[in-house]
Design a protein around this ligand. Structure first.
Ligand code: EPU
Length: 420
């Protein structure tokens, strides 16, 4: 079945939205859970497509999975080595975490290269560089990767880029190393910190998470735990931006405000009225907002994942707002779609100049997750009925964006039809 969203725009939003657990932390934590031969109980796991694909892979590996409304229980007591050249690996980005986990568990892995949103080249050279520093043999053949190591002794890894994925993968590979592993230029994103907190709760000995250098000390065994995954800071940020564009008053709950510092700072400078608490933010209707200039970058800079959504807000402001994208080469495709809605902008390779535009309703297609969320915001602003196609992209990361928004006054209808 294919789905489209039929969006009746120009409705004011008012109410409260509880925020789901973090996709990117959950994707790493669930893979880490297979390193322990006891039950792991996870709370706040988002119910999204990428997690469903990951759980399919765990079942294929003979892990037992149980879930109810509140918890996901993973029991990897009977996990077995399997060849990971299977379609599910290609269906989402973070499937490459099985490289690190399998090296720790079995000393070898045969896997497809990952899929995910096409927002740039997204090479995995830093993962491979790090594994090589740990004396792992890695062989790449088109879309296949084979790696093995008789034993991970330890060592020092100097990443050229503070990659989230490489940092997590290399920690997974280093958990049972004989000697300490040092990762220099590690990623500092909150999801990396949450993943390390989970590992530490299972008994791993790690220091430095959230800083440039992470040190993993030798550890022989991990034990089962109960753990609550952090709130999703990108979903929080998305709904904050929706709130600024559309709300009379929107309260976001179950959040961690400090993770969204860069966005909060940008919105304050634009003149947005907010009530910021540790675990909730209320956004009030703002009349005249000031144009802005953001430069995306690794945490704590402005997140690339919110650049596309905020571009739609910038298209509502007087003057020229600027976005510089420094992380991914191909993260402006949503702007081409927005042309159909009368968006006015100038696009350079890594920079967009955005001018005030009167959106008209149109049929537009999502090309990636956050770009899809940007198109949905434009449709909610336009006066009339718009159609968003390829919403499967949006549902990779947002648990139920239609439910959340309709509860606070949006009018979005889901059309389902058989694929031709
Ligand atoms: N990079 C390399 N070589 C590598 C790894 C990364 O050149 O070996 C480059 C990438 O091409 C990119 C930059 O380094 O230009 C940063 O990439 P990073 O590895 O940090 O990103 P990622 O791990 O692929 C995660 C999130 C993304 C988020 C980025 C940045 C997951 C599953 N994905 O991707 O989330 O944009 O970090 O914060 O954790 C999303 O949720 O929509 C999403 C794309």
């Amino acid at each position: 079945m294919k789905k489209t969203y039929v969006v009746e725009g120009n409705q004011k939003l008012e109410g409260s939205i509880p925020i789901q657990g973090s996709k990117n932390a959950a994707l790493a934590i669930i893979v880490a859970s297979i390193l322990c031969k006891e039950k792991v109980i996870l709370k706040n796991v988002p119910r999204i497509k990428d997690i469903q694909q990951l759980l399919k892979i765990l079942r294929y590996l003979h892990c037992e999975i149980h879930s109810n409304q509140k918890e996901l229980i993973i029991d990897s007591t009977n996990i077995q080595y399997e060849n990971l050249q299977i379609d599910e690996i290609k269906s989402y980005r973070a499937s490459y975490y099985f490289i690190g986990a399998f090296l720790s568990l079995f000393g070898r892995v045969e896997i497809y290269q990952p899929g995910g949103c096409k927002i740039g080249k997204r090479p995995i050279d830093q993962h491979i560089k790090g594994l090589t520093s740990l004396n792992v043999n890695v062989c790449l053949n088109h879309d296949q990767l084979m790696a093995n190591s008789s034993s991970i002794e330890g060592g020092e890894i100097n990443l050229d880029i503070a990659s989230v994925g490489a940092t997590i993968n290399l920690i997974l590979a280093s958990i049972f190393a004989k000697n300490k592993v040092i990762i220099n230029n590690a990623a500092k994103e909150p999801e990396v910190v949450d993943f390390v907190c989970f590992l530490k709760k299972m008994g791993a000995k790690i220091v430095g998470e959230g800083s440039d250098t992470i040190v993993i000390m030798p550890c022989e065994h991990l034990h089962g735990v109960k753990y609550e995954i952090m709130p999703d800071r990108i979903v929080t940020g998305t709904y904050m931006i929706y709130g600024v564009a559309l709300a009379k008053k929107i309260k976001l709950t179950n959040i961690r405000s400090k993770d969204n510092y860069a966005l909060i700072n940008t919105l304050i400078n634009m003149g947005v009225q907010m009530d910021i608490r540790e675990d909730s933010i209320t956004i009030y209707e703002s009349n005249s907002l000031i144009k802005s200039h953001i430069i995306t970058g690794p945490y704590p800079a402005f997140p690339s994942d919110l650049q596309q959504v905020i571009s739609v807000l910038f298209l509502q402001l007087e003057g020229v707002s600027i976005i510089e994208e420094t992380l991914f080469e191909n993260r402006f495709t949503h702007l081409q779609e927005l042309k159909k809605m009368n968006a006015k902008f100038f696009l350079f390779i890594d920079k967009a100049l955005l001018l005030k535009s009167n959106f008209v309703p149109a049929t537009v297609s999502a090309h990636d997750l956050r770009g899809g969320a940007a198109l949905l915001l434009a449709a909610l602003i336009a006066n009339g009925t718009s159609i968003i196609q390829n919403v499967e992209y949006i549902e990779r990361g947002y648990e139920d964006i239609v439910r959340d928004l309709n509860r606070v006054g949006a009018r979005i209808h889901i059309d389902e039809y058989e694929e031709a």
